[in-house]
Design a protein around this ligand. Structure first.
Ligand SMILES: Cc1cc2nc3c(=O)[nH]c(=O)nc-3n(C[C@H](O)[C@H](O)[C@H](O)COP(=O)(O)O)c2cc1C
Length: 188
């Protein structure tokens, strides 16, 4: 008898999940040379496949965050900093962002191995640390980046050479997909 009741609750819960409205998700990113933009698009693709309604914008083009249930913030890392447009976006919408679940990613290290190991305990630049101290992100990660010397400026090429930074595409699409798969898309 008890088993039957449990079964009823289980199937009702399953129904509720199946009928649950899907989240509206914003992916706001900062990218100088395009490789982080491609990561943002890939994350959006995975979330759409799971049924979410997803908008992807360069952070500087976001005009409102009020219609979203969850926001993903991503930035390329240059000399230890996030792109300025991402920091400005976070400042502009800090009140609304503080009330939403935030998933954040950086893209940077161009070397073999785990990018999280490469960055140690660093997760985001100091400029946004006070905000994340008050509103810790639901999750934060770092993906490998990509340096294409054909897209680099003279100044960047010089820096790459001097710092002996490896050049190449170190984005791990399986790791990016796996992270996106963990982001919840239903509102229950
Ligand atoms: C001049 C220069 C400085 C960089 N500084 C860092 C850094 O401090 N930390 C890091 O992890 N990656 C660094 N990178 C790697 C970039 O973050 C990586 O190339 C990233 O994928 C660029 O993203 P984007 O194509 O979206 O601009 C640097 C790259 C360049 C060219």
């Amino acid at each position: 008898m008890e088993e039957k009741t449990d079964a009823k609750i289980d199937s009702r819960t399953e129904d509720a999940i199946a009928k649950a409205p899907m989240k509206r998700i914003l992916v706001a990113y900062g990218s100088k040379r395009g490789s982080t933009a491609e990561i943002a698009e890939r994350i959006a693709q995975i979330l759409r496949r799971k049924g979410a309604e997803v908008d992807v914008f360069p952070a500087g083009q976001v005009r409102s965050v009020s219609k979203y249930d969850l926001v993903i913030i991503g930035s390329a890392v240059y000399i230890g900093l996030w792109r300025r447009e991402v920091v400005t976006f976070m400042r502009r919408y800090q009140e609304e962002l503080g009330a939403l679940p935030l998933w954040i990613f950086s893209s940077g290290p161009t070397e073999p191995g785990d990018p999280l190991e490469a960055i140690g305990t660093w997760r985001y630049p100091r400029a946004v640390a006070p905000f994340f101290d008050r509103h810790p992100p639901a999750d934060s990660t770092c993906f490998g980046g990509s340096i294409d010397p054909r897209k680099s400026s003279y100044f960047e090429k010089n820096m790459i050479r001097r710092a002996r930074v490896p050049v190449g595409d170190y984005r791990d699409w399986d790791a990016i997909d796996a992270w996106a798969e963990r982001i919840p898309v239903t509102t229950v």
